[in-house]
Design a protein. Structure first.
Ligand code: TPP
Lengths: 324, 323
């Protein structure tokens, strides 16, 4: 099968959905013909679809999302880009109080088919305002879906589902994933929300990992294989809805679990997954749940400091060895 | 450009602008040698703004800064060595390597820090102005931001609040025509950001931001107004970044004639020309200054390069204050 990058897979999804449905349009800062998006995801789309449908905005995050909400409840399907995940904080009212609640609060009269794409993640030395992983903020808002693709295949399939759906989707990307290559078929496909994927089968221990951490977990698993340990890796792919069943099924098989997520540990993605296991799989556990996550600090700038806070293969291996 | 200032002040402004320019040229070079982690946003071409404004402030006045902040730091009097060390991620840097290029601060000289969230500095400046009022210190606050930031809600909310409360804040818009690749005319229906001052009932002035004396004069008027408790001023400085938005941006979206036109109006060359033309300084005097500044910058680079990186565990420090 052909291989393409995560970035190209996202662009293909956007392009195909724009061709399929004229109500789909894009808006965001520098996504148009002069820049093509800070991470080049929308590169070339303005040339193909015009500046009306690939719309450069002023630096006004709150109004970008608010505008998208207004368009979504009146018949359009906006896909908004926020240049860095950290900057979604500026649009939090429109995301959490408006987009997420507009259907419920008005008794189901309207739908808000809106996608917010944004990159999270540390590792490129751009410090505390451009490196956070804030997925958990959005898991805490009923009314939003949260997608966390880790591969080009998942990125394309999930983005298509997000655009075609009837609800606001917070679509998390990761800076370090954009150049990663993976198999993506030429033919059309979508991936349903709420369906985890076992990225690697194993018998001794379950690792639930998301986004860039899936790749670190895979590499850790490879190393442990040489030591005779068989690691199963489950990638939830969407955090809301969360495929609790797949997580429980894997734990039932292995009896041990390590949750790996790049965000801060306290009240983070890993906390929710650990809670699911505690509620639904306690009887299957042969060891306590282990979490590998960022410590509760902002992301520092200097390389040795930053490397210290990002979970790595070593930390994953150590955690796995502690539970087996 | 009026020159009725003492020679000493004029030469000092020249020197500060040169410090910034040479500093930025070094940062540009060090980045190419892979010694600067992350990204950088250079201030080259905009020196007259920071230097003109900071020359109108006293040491204990405050400033707030942006992602394009090296020039603000240097103009306010920051130590070149510690500034460079921070950009290289060293332990001897102003923020012990936690901040980097986009987040330098020196609270000891009233430099309240650079935020990389576009538009986030404005309300913080208003808060510092409010604090100066409540503490009855007479300090003023200069707040730097780009024309791109003027489309954030914080711009409007902050200026309105400062105006309503007559706070001692000077809002300094560095209008370099582009926010990344987005030209101002494509996302705003006005040419002068200063026009927006009307909505808040405060003075708004547009000045040639590549003329350090024009900036200085406008800043002096604003500082006096602030100290008289008459409220804030919005100063728009028309300027241009000589390089791309960040180090990796070739800035192909800017017409070549436009870039060349602005290079002709280089703020440092202009002041130099004036100083010579009016016989305030001699060629030899200026060359001496250039040599001195150049060696100061070399020292800063040496200091920064030779400094050690912080120990990894230091990442966990400074999250909370201990007392
Ligand atoms: C709130 C926010 N939105 C977007 C960005 C990404 N970004 C960084 S600098 C920049 C352009 C800023 O333009 P302007 O305010 O005019 O300052 P300049 O870079 O021209 O000095 C953008 C969009 C950001 N850092 N913060």
């Amino acid at each position: 099968m052909r291989k393409i990058t995560y970035r190209d897979a996202l662009r293909e999804a956007l392009r195909e959905e724009m061709l399929r449905d004229s109500s789909v349009f894009l808006l965001g800062e520098d996504i148009g013909r002069y820049w093509g998006g800070a991470f080049k995801v929308t590169d070339g789309l303005a040339q193909e679809f015009g500046d009306e449908r690939v719309r450069d905005t002023p630096i006004s995050e709150s109004a970008i999302i608010g505008t998208a909400v207004g368009a979504a409840i009146t018949g359009m399907r906006p896909v908004a880009e926020i240049m860095f995940g950290d900057l979604t904080a500026l649009a939090m009212d429109q995301i959490a109080n408006q987009a997420a609640k507009i259907r419920y609060m008005f008794g189901g009269q309207t739908k808000c088919p809106l996608v917010i794409r944004t990159p999270f993640g540390a590792g490129v030395n751009i410090a505390s305002h451009h490196s956070q992983s804030l997925e958990a903020w959005f898991m805490h808002v009923p009314g939003l879906y949260v997608a966390v693709p880790s591969t080009p295949y998942d990125a394309k399939g999930l983005l298509k589902t997000a655009i075609r759906g009837s609800n606001p989707v917070f679509f998390c990307e990761h800076k370090l994933l954009y150049p990663i290559e993976g198999e993506v078929p030429e033919e059309e496909y979508t991936i349903p929300f709420g369906k985890a994927e076992v990225k690697r089968e194993g018998a001794d221990v379950t690792v639930v990992a998301t986004m860039y951490m899936v790749h670190k977990a895979l590499s850790a698993a490879k190393q442990l294989e040489k030591e005779g340990l068989s690691v199963e890796i489950v990638d939830p792919r969407t955090l809301t809805p969360l495929d609790r069943r797949a997580i429980v099924a894997s734990v039932r098989k292995t009896g041990r679990i390590v949750v790996v997520s790049e965000d801060c540990k306290t009240a983070g993605v890993s906390a929710e997954i650990a809670a699911v296991v505690a509620e639904e799989a306690l009887d299957y556990l042969d060891a306590p749940v282990k979490r590998v996550a960022e410590p509760d600090t902002p992301i520092p700038f200097s390389p040795p400091l930053e490397q210290h806070v990002i979970p790595d293969e070593k930390a994953i291996i150590k955690a796995i060895k502690e539970v087996v | 450009m009026t020159l009725d200032l003492p020679k000493e002040s004029l030469v000092k402004m020249y020197r500060k602008m040169l410090e910034i320019r040479f500093f930025e040229e070094k940062v540009f070079g060090l980045y190419g040698q892979n010694l600067v982690p992350g990204t950088i946003h250079l201030y080259a071409g905009e020196e007259a703004v920071a230097v003109g404004v900071c020359s109108a402030l006293s040491k204990d006045d405050y400033i707030t800064s942006t992602h394009r902040g090296h020039g603000h730091c240097i103009a306010k009097g920051a130590d070149l060595k510690r500034t460079m060390a921070e950009i290289l991620g060293k332990k001897t840097g102003y923020c012990k390597g936690k901040g980097g290029s986009m987040h330098i601060a020196d609270f000891s000289i009233g430099m309240l820090g650079a935020t990389a969230v576009v538009g986030a500095g404005l309300p913080i400046a208003v808060g510092a102005g409010l604090s100066a009022r409540l503490r009855k210190t007479g300090q003023v606050v200069a707040c730097f931001f780009g024309e791109g930031a003027s489309n954030q809600g914080t711009f409007h909310e902050s200026i309105n609040m400062a105006s309503a409360w007559k706070l001692p804040v000077i809002f300094v818009c560095e209008n370099n025509l582009y926010a990344m690749g987005t030209r101002q005319s494509r996302i705003m229906n006005i040419e002068n950001i200063a026009d927006r001052a009307v909505s808040y009932g405060i003075p708004g002035v547009s000045v040639d931001g590549n003329d350090v004396l024009a900036v200085y004069e406008a800043a002096c008027v604003a500082v006096e107004r602030a100290r008289r408790v008459e409220g804030p001023t919005l100063i728009e400085c028309k300027t241009y970044r000589q390089k791309g938005h960040s180090r990796v941006d070739p800035a192909k979206y800017r017409p070549r004639e436009e870039v060349e036109g602005w290079l002709q109006r280089d703020p440092i060359k202009r002041l130099r020309h004036k100083l010579i033309q009016t016989v305030i300084s001699t060629e030899a005097e200026l060359q001496e200054i250039e040599k001195e500044v150049s060696s100061e910058i070399e020292d800063a680079v040496k200091f920064a390069v030779e400094s050690t990186f912080p120990a990894p565990e230091e990442a966990l420090e400074d999250v909370y204050a201990q007392i």
